[in-house]
Design a binder for this molecule. Structure first.
Ligand SMILES: Nc1ncnc2c1ncn2[C@@H]1O[C@H](COP(=O)(O)OP(=O)(O)OP(=O)(O)O)[C@@H](O)[C@H]1O
Length: 598
């Protein structure tokens, strides 16, 4: 119930006065509908089916008709009826468009807010969260919320229609109308359990589609492993069983819904029979009143059933809204410590001395050991610092702290002696260029990929950055040069080429510090040499931090930091460290030399 009221509140806040106009239009449509039913009385008496309409309630409405010559009355009544229908049709059209505008606008607003919250969340949030869960909320769950909003709009239309029609029916016969209302209320109370059950099914739909989404994403990103290890059969089995569960759940919901619709149908037949008998035998209503009431309720009852059906479907969709708002809340709680500002308005830090870690310790989870332990490190401006160590030694963690993506539990990271927090953190992030191990490029042209970081960059600046990153030659050879589309459905680039384009993008930004997480597995020795050449060119122009997996790329580093089990175990110049005959660096070097010679 909380989720429904939260949803209604958000819808109300979003739509504002448009919601009231929408409701007013619905009222008008329903009133015109009721009037059109009332017009049937003079119409039917004119064709001789009823006596006079004098004894009908609201007969004064039709009094002016008495003054019209008899030969004209039929045309006037038919004309009134047509005008009523046309006006109603026009209002209905306006109301339908308005309803869709509110529905689409609301969902769009929700989508934008959710995505903004996700982007504003800090890095630790992303470490905790499965990416597939985020895309699931942004696609599938939001689509369900959109469907739910449509149902809510339909529901409110039906509800207002029902109230107005009941008011019209009341004027015709209070007892008969009360009888139907009591019946309707009893039926609604009885149907509450169906709505509850529908909500449980909705919860299950959320859970299942989340599992489906994450499974699919994992499988598709690991398709090479699946194919090369012949794991297709087991994955297909998973897929088939998942689809089966989704199918079963969807059928269960329809079964529940059609079951209640069937009950409604049976009850409506019983009602109509009771109605006719009671109106004639017990309440002794005039036939014209009975016919009008039956007409009103015959049209109303399916709507009543529709309300029940909408409630069940809305019940099933509420978990989707809950999932969206829960994600928003989670993101808001993990919001970055600095305020969001428009791109281009964030300043950069001009570093004059260097970047430091002072007694820095960090752990990912409270109940886990430290990933980094008491790190003390100074990275001087304009120099190249290499970070090496075995897998799991803490290299990426250290880089994430230096970039300000995470804050240490103990100690501090400082730039020129100032701790990285709040706004300084934001300007610091804006001063960093980062090239990851898995270089990320959009499916668009090389030009667009580069302009992402500096939309105003000129052609020669783009080529200059490409030249620094040692990719000018191969880009010039591409069919459409800078305008060649790359990515999944464009020209396929090798791992090394991708990394160099990303490096060019980072250089274009002219960062204060350039961090390079070396992609070694995808690099052959020719590409490695090219990256090394790029690093050579950049040396002295900016502060460089390189996570090195191949020690050969960091021969010219000004300082090498060796990590082991979250601690700095060695530190110094490459030549000096390689001359040591003991220690982690020596072991790493020996292992790599052995591998190269093998
Ligand atoms: N998101 C995380 N949640 C929990 N523990 C983590 C997380 N990321 C890393 N760790 C742990 O922190 C330690 C350091 O990991 P880190 O990724 O920094 O090592 P690394 O030297 O970069 O390794 P590699 O060279 O394999 O990338 C490891 O013990 C790892 O298991």
């Amino acid at each position: 119930m909380n989720a429904i009221s939260a949803y209604m509140r958000q819808l109300h806040d979003f739509a504002g006065k448009r919601l009231y106009i929408y409701v007013f239009l619905m009222l008008m449509i329903s009133c015109l509908d009721g009037l059109s039913i009332y017009l049937l009385v003079p119409l039917l008496s004119l064709v001789g089916l009823f006596g006079t309409q004098g004894s009908m309630p609201m007969a004064w409405l039709f009094e002016p008709l008495q003054r019209i010559p008899a030969s004209m009355t039929l045309f006037v009544v038919l004309g009134m009826y047509s005008v009523l229908m046309i006006v109603q049709g026009l209002i209905q059209r306006k109301q339908a468009v308005m309803g869709t505008e509110i529905q689409q606008g609301f969902v769009n607003n929700l989508r934008i807010r959710t995505y903004r919250s996700i982007l504003r969340a800090n890095w630790t949030f992303f470490l905790r969260k499965r990416k597939s869960d985020l895309s699931h909320v942004l696609t599938s769950e939001l689509a369900r919320v959109s469907q739910g909003t449509n149902l809510v709009m339909q529901l409110s239309t039906s509800f207002i229609f029902m109230v107005i029609q009941i008011a019209f029916a009341m004027v015709l016969s209070v007892q008969m109308t009360l009888l139907v209302i009591v019946g309707g209320v009893l039926l609604t109370l009885y149907s509450r359990k169906f709505v509850r059950r529908a909500k449980q099914m909705g919860d299950r739909t959320t859970f299942l589609s989340q599992e489906y989404f994450s499974g699919m994403q994992e499988h598709l990103s690991g398709i090479k492993d699946i194919k090369s290890n012949m794991l297709e059969a087991s994955h297909f089995e998973w897929f088939r069983s998942m689809c089966g569960k989704l199918e079963k759940n969807a059928i269960q919901l329809v079964r529940l819904n059609s079951g209640t619709q069937f009950i409604y149908k049976i009850i409506s037949v019983v009602f109509i029979i009771m109605f006719v008998v009671l109106s004639a035998q017990v309440f002794k209503l005039q036939p014209e009143r009975s016919i009008l009431i039956i007409l009103i309720f015959a049209r109303l009852w399916p709507r009543f059933g529709g309300i029940q059906s909408s409630l069940e479907y809305i019940g099933a969709l509420v978990p989707a809204f809950h999932a969206v708002t829960a994600l928003q809340e989670e993101c808001d709680q993990a919001e970055e410590s600095y305020k969001a500002v428009a791109p281009g308005q964030v300043k950069t830090v001009h570093m004059t001395k260097g970047l430091s870690c002072e007694n820095v310790s960090f752990r990912y989870l409270e109940d886990q050991g430290n990933a980094l332990n008491n790190i003390n490190l100074f990275i001087p401006i304009g120099k190249m610092t290499a970070i090496v160590g075995r897998s799991g030694a803490g290299k990426s963690t250290l880089i994430d702290l230096l970039m300000g993506l995470m804050e240490p539990q103990e100690g501090k990271v400082t730039v020129d002696g100032e701790t990285l927090t709040g706004e300084r953190l934001q300007t610091w992030r804006n001063s960093i260029g980062y090239v990851s191990q898995e270089p990320f490029l959009f499916h668009s042209s090389i030009r667009e990929n580069l302009l992402l970081v500096d939309p105003r960059a000129k052609e020669e600046q783009l080529w200059e950055a490409l030249s620094f990153a040692a990719c000018e030659d191969f880009v010039r050879k591409l069919p459409e040069g800078l305008d060649t589309v790359i990515g999944d459905r464009g020209v396929r680039l090798s791992g090394g080429e991708r990394q160099r384009i990303v490096l060019a993008r980072a250089i274009l930004r002219q960062p204060e510090v350039l961090i390079l997480d070396e992609a070694t597995s995808s690099l052959d020795s020719e590409n490695e040499a090219k990256i090394q050449a790029a690093i050579e060119k950049l040396k002295g122009k900016m502060t460089l931090i390189v996570i090195a997996h191949r020690l050969s790329t960091i021969r010219d580093a000004d300082q090498v930091v060796v990590l082991d089990q979250g601690q700095i175990v060695q530190q110094g110049e490459f030549g000096a460290l390689s001359r040591e005959t003991k220690g982690t660096f020596h072991q790493l070097l020996t292992k790599q030399t052995a591998l190269q010679n093998a």
